[in-house]
Design a protein around this ligand. Structure first.
Ligand SMILES: NC(=O)c1ccc[n+]([C@@H]2O[C@H](COP(=O)([O-])OP(=O)(O)OC[C@H]3O[C@@H](n4cnc5c(N)ncnc54)[C@H](O)[C@@H]3O)[C@@H](O)[C@H]2O)c1
Length: 372
């Protein structure tokens, strides 16, 4: 059985991808710094090897026995990239190139790199920028996140040779349920807002275009790339999308789906200009090369998401763990506060003797209480 290394395998995409790989009979090694904890991956932890390390320290030992690498690790949106541009460049560009170089050096035949359609973003306001962009379109991203991904793509794809097949997937914005849930992605955010507030906020009249794809379709495309004839994909970039949607259409469709499920949802539309992203891209290159077609409709995905959010109890919608930028800021602040001690409330391996008869809130007896 071929072993696949998934860098970032405990993330939003990673958790769904690992399940898909396991279902297809691959053995899987997850390499992840576990920024979002171990819990989201709990359903497959006994079926995979887990390496908890930083991708900046990736080396031969992590990959020498693997038949393929999929890199879905690093910082995964604009706000986190702008929050720490140095870390963004280190992870999304240099560590990603390092993963590819190491894989190639030890003879791993294939690697897929997670890039992004944000590379195509040209903003709204000028009609001249409103056209269907494909992999041949000249791009000139300005934002830190897209720039870092484009730099990595170019360096990684340049490593292609007869024995090494690197591929980059420029993914559209993803939607759908993952055990490592994100509510900072447009469709997921709509579902979260509908379930928590009964209201969807649609900015700038919802006129922006966005390429989108369901997370299970993403996982399926990665597996297709692993199984594809290397000659069809070697050294190439592919857009990976399910379709292009205006935000207004998305809002209306999410409203309709959830209304049918018995959730009352209003639309709150404003038309004032604000900084918004808008772009639409073509997915036909991947369709031609691998026959990839999206299978999961927005309706199916949203229905499934609403059910799974409830089943997994991910209804604590304001928890920062669901929003990458909020979570990263919180972790950075926390590490400063706790780094000297290495713990917060429970001091490891310490037992405090509490004298008999002393009152202690929550304690059932006056004997020694183990803290930790
Ligand atoms: N989610 C989307 O809509 C979307 C769209 C286009 C592209 N992408 C790209 O797809 C990939 C996966 O996105 P996601 O939504 O799953 O993101 P995510 O933030 O949920 O997952 C990223 C994972 O990488 C891990 N990671 C981060 N830094 C690491 C490090 N230094 N060492 C080891 N592991 C580290 C994190 O712990 C996390 O598990 C990213 O590269 C992202 O840029 C995502």
């Amino acid at each position: 059985m071929k072993k696949v290394l998934v860098v970032g395998g405990a993330g939003y995409v990673g958790c769904v991808l690992v399940e898909e790989l396991l279902a297809k009979g691959y053995s899987v090694r997850v390499f992840d710094r576990l920024f979002f904890g171990r819990d989201p991956a709990r359903q497959f932890l006994d079926r995979v090897e887990l390496v908890v390390e930083d991708m900046r320290e990736f080396d031969e030992s992590h990959v020498s026995d693997c038949g393929a690498v999929i890199n879905v690790g690093g910082l995964s949106n604009d706000p986190t990239a702008e929050f720490n541009p140095k870390a963004n460049e280190e992870l999304n560009t240099w560590a990603s190139i390092r993963v590819a170089e190491v894989a190639r050096r030890v003879g791993v035949p294939k690697m897929v790199f997670a890039s992004t359609c944000s590379i195509y973003d040209r903003g709204v306001g000028e009609d001249i920028h409103d056209f269907l962009q494909d992999e041949e379109t000249e791009v000139e991203p300005k934002a830190a996140y897209a720039t870092s991904k484009l730099a990595a793509e170019r360096a990684i794809l340049a490593l292609a040779d007869d024995r090494f097949t690197p591929v980059a997937f420029r993914k559209g914005t993803i939607f759908g349920f993952s055990p490592r849930m994100r509510y900072d992605l447009v469709v997921n955010a709509f579902v979260k807002d509908a379930l928590s507030k009964g209201k969807l906020a649609v900015h700038y009249g919802g006129s922006m275009w966005r390429p989108l794809i369901d997370v299970k379709d993403v996982a399926r495309a990665y597996v297709m790339a692993l199984e594809a004839d290397p000659d069809l994909i070697r050294g190439q970039v592919f857009n990976l999308i399910g379709g292009n949607f205006r935000i207004s259409e998305l809002a209306l469709r999410v409203q309709r789906i959830l209304t049918d499920l018995g959730v009352r949802v209003e639309l709150d539309v404003d038309y004032s200009y604000r900084l918004v992203r808008s772009y639409r891209v073509s997915g036909t290159k991947l369709e031609r090369a691998l026959g990839f077609q999206p299978k999961v409709t927005l309706e199916e995905s949203v229905e499934h998401m609403a059910r799974e959010i409830d089943r997994f109890g991910y209804t604590d919608f304001s928890h920062p763990r669901y929003y990458n930028i909020e979570w990263m800021k919180l972790l950075e602040e926390s590490v400063e506060i706790v780094s000297g001690h290495g713990y917060v409330l429970s001091k490891p391996s310490v037992t405090i003797e509490v004298p008999d008869g002393e009152f202690m809130a929550g304690a059932s007896s006056g004997r020694g209480h183990r803290i930790g």
